[in-house]
Design a protein around this ligand. Structure first.
Ligand SMILES: Nc1ncnc2c1ncn2[C@@H]1O[C@H](COP(=O)(O)OP(=O)(O)OP(=O)(O)O)[C@@H](O)[C@H]1O
Length: 271
């Protein structure tokens, strides 16, 4: 049984080398978590009093302005950060996909990187051996897969990384924005694989700003603001409140067609 439970959790970052002048500027700014200055060491409250309960089938879009706490929340859910106060219990095999390039070694070949990255994301060697041909075909990298990764262009690396990420079987999939930032043409090819990946994951938490990606992959959303959960509800209502417009009225024709073909996703998100 996969589950995510977070109770009254806060995450603070003490900043030991802050300069008072730049601190003042930050405190006046609109973005970022709250900066406390009662003690001698300034503390950024990246997350404050978070309560979240997610179960199998929950596909949550995380929205909020820069510095609102989305990445910190994903890292808390991944177990990378411990709550400074409060507690959390995450049950299930987690695949944290925060940076497509993490776990890649420039000195070894594309094939070897496919294996290493898969192991990093929680797969076994045997499982990856079964998938490697399919990933290789998806990337269209051909003979380049036998060359060291350092000879690849950025786009070629992204193809490889996305090929691996979309081949895994996670129980809890945590996606940071980066994944939406890949080349549009290739992303459109990757969308089916991404959709399948999300469908076979128990729980998805996905930080993203694109209406199209959110509507296609998520059914609920959390709006983060200054380290707090400002709103948690249906995707449509939360995005409407956050952006001030209905996400379903701004979808690309391609997405409309895609969700039309996938009534489960569009039905969930539309309510
Ligand atoms: N390692 C860190 N050390 C200190 N402060 C941090 C650290 N990581 C994040 N913060 C602070 O925590 C707050 C939340 O940052 P976070 O990266 O979670 O926001 P975000 O919503 O993901 O932003 P963005 O949309 O810009 O990526 C910000 O004020 C940021 O300055």
């Amino acid at each position: 049984m996969v589950s995510i439970d977070v109770w009254n959790a806060s995450v603070d970052f003490p900043i030991f080398d802050a300069k008072s002048r730049s601190l003042k500027k930050l405190a006046l700014g609109k973005v970022g978590g709250k900066i406390g200055s009662e003690g001698r060491v300034p503390i950024i409250e990246a997350l404050h009093d978070i309560n979240i309960s997610l179960r199998h089938g929950d596909r949550v879009g995380l929205v909020g302005h820069n510095g609102a706490g989305k990445s910190t929340l994903l890292r808390l859910l991944a177990g990378i950060y411990e709550p400074t106060r409060g507690s959390s219990r995450i049950q299930g095999k987690i695949a944290p996909v925060f940076d497509l390039g993490v776990g890649m070694d420039p000195e070894i070949s594309g094939y070897e990187n496919i294996m290493i990255r898969g192991l990093f994301l929680g797969m076994t060697r045997k499982e990856m051996e079964k998938r490697v041909d399919d990933i290789a075909e998806f990337t269209e990298l051909g003979d380049y897969l036998s060359m060291p990764l350092r000879t690849y262009s950025t786009g070629m690396r992204v193809r490889l990384a996305l090929g691996v990420v979309t081949s895994i079987d996670p129980e809890i999939l945590l996606l940071d924005e980066g994944i939406g930032a890949v080349d549009a043409a290739f992303l459109s090819k990757a969308r089916d694989r991404l959709n399948d990946l999300v469908k076979r994951s128990g729980i998805l938490v996905f930080a993203n700003h694109s209406d199209d990606m959110l509507v296609e992959l998520c059914n609920t959303a959390i709006w983060m603001d200054e380290g707090r959960v400002k709103m948690h509800g249906s995707l449509r209502e939360v995005v409407k409140s956050y952006k001030g417009r209905d996400p379903y009225e701004h979808l690309s024709p391609e997405t409309l067609e895609r969700i039309g073909q996938s009534p489960v996703l569009s039905g969930n998100g539309g309510e």
